[in-house]
Ligand binder design. Structure first.
Ligand code: NIG
Ligand code: FE
Length: 391
């Protein structure tokens, strides 16, 4: 159990608890937080810190603090990289899902130890930029044995493991995606479901169509998993509608959505997860985030860290891009990267600073959270506590 620590002299604290402070972010000025036994024990104004038995005090000298980032979409288990594909894209070649096969080949060729080392390195990198919870997908194995070992590696770094069973039809099923989907439903999902929390599918022209995506998601749900969907990234399609219908926790990318898609999201309980770093690295059109937010859709921001479309773990960069390119306000972006990510993972113990929540807190080398968008590219994360321990 973690020691009791008073984190004191917080210039501006984001609690994401509107009852605790100003606005939707529940801002408290001149705040303090007491962490202990892995959870938040007390939150309030510096003037009212309870006297007592903390083991230590950390003086933040006016810095801002906020909940650790919740990165609800990442692909951390893969072999190799695709730097050359990126360079070609910057020279004008369009992104195509086919690149996934390059990583499938490299992942199958990698040893378990190599896959584990990459995942651990990326998680360490993400913690340094303030992420305290990360989701991790398989999806670069695309065979029973390689998806299983991908999930085992994912479980080494997070409990939020996702079976991305249908990412792209592997070469041995070339030209027969239906046969691959049958194998996924009858062999892969039964074998892998005990090692995953979520089932995901890439529902997109050139990957899996509505019918195939539905089959995979329904088989995953029948095996006890909850759905999440990659949808509407490269063009309009059925992803959003299917996600809402199957009560997926989240539908991710959503670059190409119709008015009906927005309405469906607003009336359901599926979060729309925006992945601005993927759009940045593929020169894709950014989603119409304002339409989603103004319709009342719950929006999350995540890194989509993967070697093809978004080789970054930086949630601060996601926040800066979401503000600059997608017209979120800095407050909306910070909420989306913390409480929004928690909603996308259906978690209520993270993403906010409230008594009883996990002691996942970060401090910035800045007086307010606004600086995350205002100072792009600057490593502002000064301290990270996860489960009450300094990382
Ligand atoms: O989320 N869209 C599908 N999957 C990944 C990219 C995979 C790749 O190109 O390796 C994504 O962007
Ligand atoms: Fe992804």
């Amino acid at each position: 159990m973690s020691p009791w620590v008073v984190v004191d002299n917080i210039g501006t604290l984001v609690t994401n608890d509107p009852e605790a402070g100003e606005g939707r972010l529940g801002l408290i000025r001149d705040a303090a937080v007491v962490l202990g036994d892995g959870v938040i024990q007390w939150v309030g104004a510096h003037a009212h810190i309870p006297q007592g038995s903390a083991d230590a005090t950390v003086d933040l000298e006016g810095r801002a603090a906020l909940p650790g980032f919740v990165d609800s979409h990442a692909h951390l288990v893969f072999g190799g990289d695709r730097a050359e594909e990126f360079a070609a894209r910057m020279a004008g070649t369009a992104y195509a899902a086919g690149g996934i096969r390059t990583t499938v080949a490299a992942t199958r060729a990698a040893t378990d130890a190599e896959l584990s080392a990459t995942a651990a390195r990326l998680v360490a990198e993400s913690v340094r930029s303030g992420t305290t919870t990360i989701e991790c997908k398989s999806g670069y194995g695309q065979s029973v044995v390689d998806e299983l070992r991908s999930l085992e590696v994912a479980a080494e770094v997070t409990p939020e493991t996702t079976l991305l069973a249908a990412h792209l039809t592997p070469p041995e099923f070339d030209g027969d995606t239906d046969a691959y989907v049958r194998m996924v439903c009858t062999e892969m999902i039964p074998a892998c479901a005990p090692n995953a929390r979520w089932i995901d599918v890439f529902c997109e022209t050139g990957a899996f169509d509505e019918h195939q995506s539905r089959a995979v998601l329904e088989a995953g749900i029948a095996a006890g998993l909850t759905a999440r969907v990659h949808g509407n990234q490269l063009g309009p399609g059925a992803g959003v509608r299917l996600a809402v219908e199957l009560r997926a926790a989240s539908v991710d990318h959503v670059n190409f959505v119709t008015g009906e898609d927005v309405e469906a999201l607003a009336s359901g309980d599926t979060v729309a997860t925006l992945l601005p770093c993927a759009d940045f690295s593929t020169r894709n059109r950014y989603p119409d985030a304002r339409a989603l937010l103004d319709a009342g859709v719950t929006v999350a921001l995540a890194s989509d860290c993967n070697p093809g479309t978004s080789y970054t773990t930086s949630i601060p960069l996601c926040i800066a891009l979401a503000v600059r390119e997608m017209h979120l306000s800095p407050d909306e972006a910070v909420w989306a990267a913390t409480a929004g990510g928690a909603a996308a993972l259906r978690r209520n113990d993270i993403g906010h600073i409230r008594v009883g929540a996990k002691a996942d807190l970060i401090a910035l080398d800045a007086p307010t959270h606004l600086h995350l968008a205002y100072r792009p590219g600057v490593p502002l994360v000064h301290e990270v506590w996860k489960d009450g321990y300094r990382r």
